[in-house]
Design a protein around this ligand. Structure first.
Ligand SMILES: Cc1cc2nc3c(=O)[nH]c(=O)nc-3n(C[C@H](O)[C@H](O)[C@H](O)COP(=O)(O)OP(=O)(O)OC[C@H]3O[C@@H](n4cnc5c(N)ncnc54)[C@H](O)[C@@H]3O)c2cc1C
Length: 266
């Protein structure tokens, strides 16, 4: 598969995994949905990959009235199919069910997606809008401090995500305009209402997921699609590529935010 030698390691504990990452050329491996693809085209060329698949507890899902905790190795399909998450936090289950295709959902993990911080990935929008905490082997990182830029996060080298803890809002919805081949977000908007404290997180539109303060303030005063009328996200800060121009992405943010609010209101 690769035109150069790569060692595969499968530790049994997170401590062992972290130790194996003391080799600066080693990388954690979750479901391989981004990493293996990058290795095939030599965008990444680690000397060894350290699989997290054999570590107990990393695939746990814990649900109580205050939140949903997903172990880093929980697959997208497990989130989409969890009866508990569908009941308590349906926006998160539906986001997971909208990712890629069946194979990607069966292999891809929440920890891998959030650590990778692809600018068009869906989970970062949920993490930011739902005020999640990213738990590692050594600390909890608030979502607002986690996403730093294009494929860049607050994780230190050799710092594994162990779980992500999502808060449960009063109401929420996620809508995305899919890139038709991969189903990544051309633009995706997650809206969450924590009893008047409203968060609006946008993915796909720029180099990194971001919040829209002007929309959050308007929705805190009046949680209705009408309150978003006239609010524009400046196109100058957005991405242009073969899929969509910056102007089109700016337009989509307004449309999807309004629809997400309508969906969250039920
Ligand atoms: C065809 C295709 C379509 C897709 N469509 C979508 C889509 O519509 N929406 C979407 O959001 N995503 C999409 N994806 C991405 C997919 O959701 C994966 O979750 C994502 O690629 C991460 O993959 P993974 O979990 O297998 O992690 P890997 O590929 O194994 O790892 C990704 C990166 O994260 C690091 N890493 C992994 N786990 C951890 C951890 N616990 N702690 C620290 N670092 C870690 C790895 O070292 C690597 O750098 C698509 C992927 C493919 C191939």
């Amino acid at each position: 598969m690769f035109s150069y030698p790569v060692q595969f390691k499968r530790p049994a504990t997170i401590e062992e995994a972290t130790k194996l990452l003391s080799d600066p050329d080693a990388k954690f491996l979750a479901g391989g949905q981004s990493l293996v693809a990058a290795m095939k085209i030599r965008l990444a060329a680690p000397s060894s990959v350290v699989s997290l698949a054999g570590i107990p507890d990393l695939d746990r899902i814990e649900i109580d009235s205050k939140g949903v905790l997903l172990g880093a190795m929980v697959r997208h399909a497990a989130v989409a199919g969890s009866a508990g998450i569908r009941k308590l936090l349906p926006a998160l289950a539906s986001l997971a069910g909208s990712i890629g295709d069946r194979m990607v959902r069966n292999m891809g993990t929440v920890g891998g997606s959030v650590a990778n911080n692809d600018p068009a990935a869906d989970y970062p929008a949920a993490v930011l809008a739902l005020q999640a905490d990213i738990l590692t082997d050594r600390r909890a990182i608030a979502a607002d401090d986690f996403f730093k830029g294009l494929y860049e996060t607050a994780l230190q080298p050799a710092e594994p995500i162990t779980a992500i803890r999502f808060r449960v809002p009063r109401r929420a919805a996620y809508l995305k305009f899919k890139q038709p081949a991969s189903r990544f977000a051309t633009v995706g908007v997650f809206v969450a209402d924590f009893d008047g404290d409203v968060r609006v997180a946008v993915t796909g539109a720029g180099s990194c997921v971001f919040r829209v303060g002007s929309m959050e303030a308007a929705l805190a005063a009046d949680f209705s699609p009408a309150s978003l009328r006239g609010i524009q996200v400046p196109a100058a800060d957005l991405s242009s590529d073969i899929h969509a121009s910056a102007d089109y992405r700016a337009h989509l943010i307004g449309v999807l935010a309004g629809r997400a609010v309508a969906a969250a209101r039920g």
